[in-house]
Design a protein around this ligand. Structure first.
Ligand code: NDP
Length: 284
């Protein structure tokens, strides 16, 4: 007798707005297909006003989980039953797991970044300078501190945001943290091991460059960029010319897809098909 077909998919997706340019759906569907996971990922245009109803809908339909992006990363916390350690400190959730009707909130921005970073450099006891103090910087600063970095220096234009992030790290982790006000042409201190651009400078513009002193990029400095598109930013190209080891923002994005699989299906991801989708999208 022929085996019974199963026409019921596991459901996952994303709630954000605007969302038409969010490539995560392509990444996740490629991963499901490649790993024979009978699931679908649906990219939903959901803003803050629709979030509560969307969450109730996802629960009612038995979704495994969903991602949240702008403008819902903080707003979703109101509906979460249990927050992961770093999500609690960061104060933002971008990956929700629905288990036994309960919502568990995690933040995979910083985890995706740190996982990519520690594949290339041991961050234990290292000093890390971070350009920016927005959502990505906050997640990276918290996760790097929790992963063992010795000190985090936040370099930002807006003093209040920069100081608040340094205070958050000092108050919630064992890492030391400082704020440095960003003035154009600022030098990266010689005692720093890792420099991370977590600003939006470089997004969709291969020639844009954070206004730092290029001469302070010494070959011993490890330079990372969160910008996924284009992946080879001007900062990274310049750093490579100076002999620095580098890491681009594509890795962070791939790792976030991999973390979705782990959180929702307890499956270890094969990252190759996810990376291929993003490389095709971003490098043509
Ligand atoms: P936010 O808007 O929250 O923060 C932007 C930060 O960039 C602020 O600190 C801002 O400084 C700084 N900034 C913007 N323009 C300049 C400039 N010209 N000079 C100096 N600083 C500047 O954005 P997010 O943190 O959410 O995102 C930042 C970037 O990270 C985006 O480009 C996004 O694509 C990328 N990202 C990548 C991910 C990945 O997986 N690869 C995941 C998440 C984000 P100020 O506070 O002074 O205004």
């Amino acid at each position: 007798m022929a085996e019974q077909e199963n026409f019921l998919s596991e459901l996952t997706g994303s709630f954000s707005s605007p969302c038409s340019e969010n490539p995560t759906v392509a990444v996740m569907e490629a991963a499901y297909q490649h790993q024979n996971i009978p699931a679908r990922y649906i990219n939903c245009d959901v803003g803050k006003a629709q979030l509560q109803a969307a969450v109730a809908g996802a629960k009612a339909m038995g979704w495994r989980g969903f991602n949240c992006s702008i403008p819902n990363k903080q707003a979703i916390i109101e509906y979460i039953d249990e927050l992961g350690t770093s999500a609690k400190v960061i104060g933002a959730v971008n990956c929700v797991i629905i288990r036994d009707g309960k919502l568990i909130g995690e933040n995979t921005d910083g985890k995706g970044f740190v996982e990519a970073l520690i594949e290339q450099i041991d961050i234990n006891d290292k000093s890390l300078s971070l350009l920016g103090a927005g959502g990505a910087a906050r997640a990276i600063a918290v996760e790097s501190a929790l992963a063992g970095a010795k000190s985090i220096t936040i370099i930002n234009r807006d003093k209040e945001k920069g100081q608040a992030l340094a205070d958050l790290i000092k108050d919630n982790t064992s890492a030391d943290a400082h704020f440095v006000h960003w003035t154009p042409g600022i030098s990266i201190a010689e005692d720093q091991d890792i420099l991370v651009n977590a600003t939006s400078v470089g997004l969709d513009d291969a020639e844009a460059m954070p206004e730092i002193d290029a001469n302070s990029l010494r070959s011993a400095l490890f330079v990372a960029d969160v910008i996924p598109n284009p992946p080879q930013t001007r900062l990274l190209r310049l750093a490579e010319e100076k002999g620095c080891r580098t890491l681009n923002g594509l890795n962070m994005l791939v790792n976030q897809g991999a973390l979705n699989l782990t959180y929702w299906f307890e499956v270890e991801a094969d990252k190759a098909p996810m990376r291929k989708v993003l490389e095709d999208l971003f490098t043509g």
